[in-house]
Design a protein around this ligand. Sequence first.
Ligand SMILES: [Zn+2]
Length: 76
Amino acid sequence: MKCDTCGGNFDNRDVTYRIELGGRLIVVENVPARVCGQCGETYFSGPTVERIQKTAWEQQSPSRIIETAVFDFANT
Ligand SMILES: [Zn+2]
C-alpha cells in the first residue's frame, strides 16, 4: 500500500497520539501506526483508533501524568 498523499512507502512505527477531550490533553504512547517515509502522513488501523478512543473516554489509571505548557499563538 502506498501513501494517498504523496505515493511514498510506509514504515511501521510506534508513535505518540495526542487528543484533546473536554479541555484535557490525553497522550497515548507507543501506538502502532504506518508512517509515510516521504511526507510523514500517519495512518492508524480501525481497531487501533477504537482502542485509543476507548482509552481516552475511560481515562483509567494512566501510566504517568505529565505537565503541559500551553501557548496562545497570538501572544507568541
Ligand atoms: Zn506520503
